[in-house]
Design a protein around this ligand. Structure first.
Ligand code: NAI
Length: 254
């Protein structure tokens, strides 16, 4: 079955310059949508040129800039039917060693940024009575983790934020879902495990910390995450809202 609902439609992506964000932008464009793709300036400096994709700088922690970017996207591309929050940063350190400023930064980007972006998208979609919003959470939202600072807490709260938004927006015909990846081969993941020998031995080799914990025995590719994202944004997911879709090779429920 071919996914539909993208041809001639407009989408907005925050965190579009990252590994998962880029894959989602490419998938949306390939499906026929035009896309307003935003991220921090340094993250889009080398963004690929794709037909129908407009790259723009945006810091999701700035609510006024987020509102302005969504308004600009609508002015340039027309009513937004698809909105994605894919920005995120890691949390840093064991909790007893965690600096309060880093805790705050993680909450500001992963949670409050998600609020700014999904609120702006919901406001833009509400007058049209249609649309699909997707936030990229994490399978870390449901499993306590050691040494990841405020990251799991920020993601757990983001999951709940999107469920509440979904409940409020359902009567308006707007669906809101969470996509929860497990370990995925992006700069965030490779950066976490790199050592003086590089990250390949740990990520791909026999020493892989990840493979032992993933029933399917492999890390996700950004494209795996993007394909699931496209489904949640498509007409075929028309009865799916307030859902958490785990794309983690079975790691959460093993
Ligand atoms: P990434 O590091 O490649 O992408 C994250 C993007 O967020 C970057 O482009 C970064 O510039 C952007 N960002 C950070 N702060 C921002 C801000 N203030 N304003 C706007 N953009 C900002 O990492 P990846 O893997 O593509 O991550 C995408 C999402 O997937 C994140 O929310 C991450 O937490 C989540 N995720 C990733 C997993 C993985 O293994 N790679 C596993 C589970 C969840």
């Amino acid at each position: 079955m071919r996914l539909t609902g993208f041809e001639g439609s407009a989408g907005f992506v925050a965190g579009a310059g990252g590994g998962i964000g880029r894959a989602i932008v490419a998938a949306l464009a390939e499906a026929g949508a035009t896309v307003f793709a935003t991220d921090l300036p340094e993250a889009i400096a080398d963004a690929p040129e794709i037909d129908g994709v407009f790259w723009a700088p945006l810091d999701v922690t700035d609510p006024e800039a987020v509102d302005a970017a969504v308004a600009e996207a609508e002015a340039r591309l027309g009513p937004l039917r698809h909105g994605v929050f894919a920005a995120g940063i890691l949390g840093g350190a064991p909790l007893l060693e965690l600096d309060a400023a880093l805790w705050q930064k993680v909450i500001d980007v992963n949670l409050t940024g998600g609020f700014h972006v999904t609120r702006a998208l919901g406001r833009a979609m509400a007058p049209h009575g249609a649309g699909a919003i997707l936030a990229v959470g994490s399978n870390a939202a449901g499993i306590p983790r050691v040494g990841m600072g405020g990251y799991p807490a920020s993601k757990a709260a983001l999951h709940m934020l999107i469920r509440c938004l979904g409940l409020e927006l359902a009567p308006l015909g707007i669906r809101c879902n969470i996509l929860a990846p497990g370990s995925t081969l992006t700069p965030m993941q490779t950066g976490m495990w790199a050592d003086e020998n590089g990250a390949a031995r740990i990520i791909e080799g026999d020493l892989s910390i990840h493979k032992t914990g993933i029933p399917l025995g492999k890390l996700a590719r950004p494209e795996d995450i993007a394909e699931a994202a496209l489904f949640l944004l498509s007409d075929q997911a028309g009865h799916v809202t307030m859902a958490d879709l785990y794309v983690d090779g079975g790691a959460t429920l093993k």
